[in-house]
Design a protein around this ligand. Structure first.
Ligand code: T4K
Length: 368
């Protein structure tokens, strides 16, 4: 029986490296609440991500919820439905109303023209997603945000290490959120961060993640939450950060191997990033064009599964159609997102996925 292949497999440093990283805790007994390891990771990530402020959080979702709360937004937020549940939930859980724009057929990021058409006097922010690590049209979106005086907040959960035109991705917009979940190219087991150039916003989120308590005066300044990252999680981040170049390089080779096979398969569409983007090779989505390929996405997904390969329908259904939202949102208005969501399959991608396994996956897809 062959080993099952999942959509991802988290990178792990050696046990020795991790033990060495956590050993100080047996001396100082500081396990959480912004200890030394946490603070070191926060500093290192700030440098790595090239931003003024990096505020670590217990996970990416909490980072997004806290960011929206800290910005004190009210009204409607224009966003994409082609994302993980987290993006939409964070908006709704903050008492805001998501308004769904369509996406680009090319790279599946939000379509700025569609965004502009949805702006009303109730709009307070735009919340695009750098989905799969693909870079949104940051220039056009900034232009729209400036023109209508809107906040521009990026869900960069998938985009750790990505840069556009030589500028780190977290430098665009008012603020961005990263996820460091185990399934991500860089992870802290569970974790995330808000990055921004706004120091006041950074401080507000620092208080918010600790129940709203301000360290300077001990006052509870915000109705905060518990969004703190523990020392054990931060230690995993420090270890993994040392390996990030090696991880990215290996993922790149896997992606190139996929292209070498799938570029020849009729009805299978892939996306290639343009030269101005420094990629992180976070996901490998393919679009199955049913008419040309002769099989729909679900049939291919099942055939792979029958062979022990667990590709994933990231992201189906669209978040606006999630069961928890019932009929809260219009089902129309996003034809491209509807099509991509019904046709996309994220193939397995991780640093030590062997070429042999990539070849096997591609042979199943090309029916060899
Ligand atoms: N915004 C966006 C756009 C996001 O995609 C996400 C999260 C967020 C915000 C929120 O960030 P976080 O709060 O999560 O930091 C996974 C992840 O849990 C989630 O982080 C991620 N996006 C989403 C796209 O994928 P599931 O439900 O698909 O995960 P799961 O458990 O099915 O894992 C996928 C496969 O990975 C498994 O089949 C096996 C493998 N796996 C998974 C884990 C957790 C392992 O081998 N080891 C592991 O420890 O959501």
């Amino acid at each position: 029986m062959r080993e099952k292949i999942y959509v991802t497999k988290p990178f792990l440093p050696s046990k020795e490296e991790y033990m060495e990283q956590i050993s100080s805790m047996w001396e100082n007994h500081m396990l959480t609440n912004a200890g030394n390891i946490h603070n070191e990771l926060e500093l290192k990530l700030r440098e790595y991500l090239g931003t003024e402020e990096c505020v670590l959080s217990v996970n990416g979702h909490m980072a997004l919820e806290m960011l929206l709360q800290a910005m004190k937004l009210k009204g409607e937020v224009i966003t994409t439905p082609f994302t993980f549940a987290s993006t939409t939930h964070a908006i709704v859980r903050n008492g805001l109303i998501p308004v769904f724009a369509d996406i680009n057929e090319e790279d599946y990021t939000i379509d700025p023209e569609s965004v502009e058409k949805l702006i009303t006097d109730r709009t307070c922010a735009i919340l695009p997603v750098h989905v799969y690590g693909n870079v949104c049209n940051v220039e056009r979106l900034q232009h729209i945000a400036d023109k209508y005086h809107l906040k521009l907040i990026y869900d960069a959960a998938h985009a750790f290490g990505v840069a556009y035109r030589g500028r780190p991705i977290g430098c665009y917009g008012d603020a961005s959120v990263f996820s460091f979940h185990a399934t991500k190219a860089f992870h802290t087991v569970e974790g995330g961060a808000v990055v921004t150039k706004d120091h006041i916003l950074g401080d507000t989120i620092r208080h918010m993640r600790n129940f709203g308590i301000c360290q300077d005066n001990g006052e509870c300044m915000e109705i905060g939450t518990n969004g703190k990252m523990s020392e054990f999680h931060a230690a995993m981040g420090l270890c993994n950060l040392k390996h990030i170049n090696e991880i990215t390089e290996k993922r790149k080779l896997v992606v190139e191997r996929y292209y070498s096979h799938l570029d020849k398969v009729k009805g299978i569409r892939t996306h290639k990033a343009d030269m101005q983007i420094q990629q992180n090779y976070a996901y490998f989505p393919i679009i199955i064009e049913r008419e040309k390929y002769g099989e729909c996405r679900d049939e291919l997904c099942q055939r792979l599964q029958d062979e022990g390969i667990f590709a994933r329908k990231y992201f189906y259904p669209l978040t606006k159609k999630l069961a928890c939202y019932g009929n809260d949102f219009s089902r129309d208005g996003t034809p491209v997102a509807d099509y991509i969501s019904a046709s996309v399959l994220a193939l397995p991608l991780y640093a030590d996925l062997s070429f042999q396994d990539v070849d096997r996956i591609c042979n199943i897809i090309s029916r060899k």
